[in-house]
Design a protein around this ligand. Structure first.
Ligand code: CA
Length: 243
């Protein structure tokens, strides 16, 4: 069902075959449904400071630094970058709002079932996240027991340069002991998709928010689904074209 996309991937990267051995998962917005809370916190912050951020922009900017996000908004509204003090104040406000709403972690619907299928099929599962939170391990163990151990995780603490640089996904390939043509990446944000594509890996995009599909496809995503549930339901068909 994705034969054409695979052919196109092989042509673009100059590889001969895609022989799936490992699936590299992003975490926020892929394994956990954290984007609605993140977007809501940005929306309220934007209202409070009159920044004019759209809901779609909140999704598009996932993984960008607060400074880089605020500079774009400040340039648009005031014709200048945000000062260090402004970034500090506004970002502190955003975190406060985020924590107010982030009462519990919500796993992404369909993700646990997909993990089960992938494990049964004998492929490796690797986590590649830009997060460096200390609570990360406990969250993963609670919702995905036994799937993510330290030796299959790349976090902010293991890389010098974060997404959209390819380093995080190149590290993921190392952990899995695989070549780029032996893995796929699952990502929800434009910067994450670019990181996977820059690492020469077949990249699956999940667009679960208000952002236009083009935002992810233009970064080079090879295939796109609108929910993890959809990806999970189609897995048995998809994997035939990936090996
Ligand atoms: Ca993400």
């Amino acid at each position: 069902m994705i034969e054409e996309q695979v052919k196109n991937y092989l042509r673009v990267h100059g590889f001969e075959t895609l022989q799936l051995k490992a699936v590299l998962f992003d975490m926020d917005g892929v394994l956990f449904d954290s984007m609605p809370t993140h977007a809501r916190a940005w929306a309220e912050t934007s209202d409070h400071y009159h920044l004019g951020l759209t809901e779609s922009e909140a999704y598009e900017n996932e993984g960008r630094t607060a400074k880089s996000t605020l500079d774009v908004l400040f340039q648009r509204n005031k014709g200048r970058n945000a000062t260090e003090k402004e970034v500090e104040e506004i970002y502190a406000y955003k975190i406060q709002i985020y924590n107010k709403y982030n009462i519990e972690t919500i796993p992404m619907k369909g993700a646990a079932e997909l993990m089960e299928k992938i494990r049964k099929d004998g492929f490796q599962i690797i986590l590649v996240t830009g997060s460096g939170q200390d609570t990360l391990m406990a969250r993963l163990q609670k919702y995905y027991p036994g799937v993510f151990t330290r030796d299959v995780m790349v976090t902010a603490k293991n890389v010098k340069t974060g997404k959209p640089h390819p380093e995080p996904y190149l590290r993921g390939l190392q952990l899995a002991n695989t070549h780029p043509w032996e893995a796929i990446v699952v990502e929800n944000a434009p910067l994450g998709v670019r990181s996977g594509v820059n690492a020469n890996i077949f990249t699956v995009a999940l667009n679960t928010g208000p952002m236009k599909d083009e935002k992810l496809l233009n970064e080079g995503a090879n295939v796109l689904f609108h929910s993890m549930q959809e990806f999970c339901e189609k897995w048995d068909e998809l994997k035939k074209d990936l090996q």
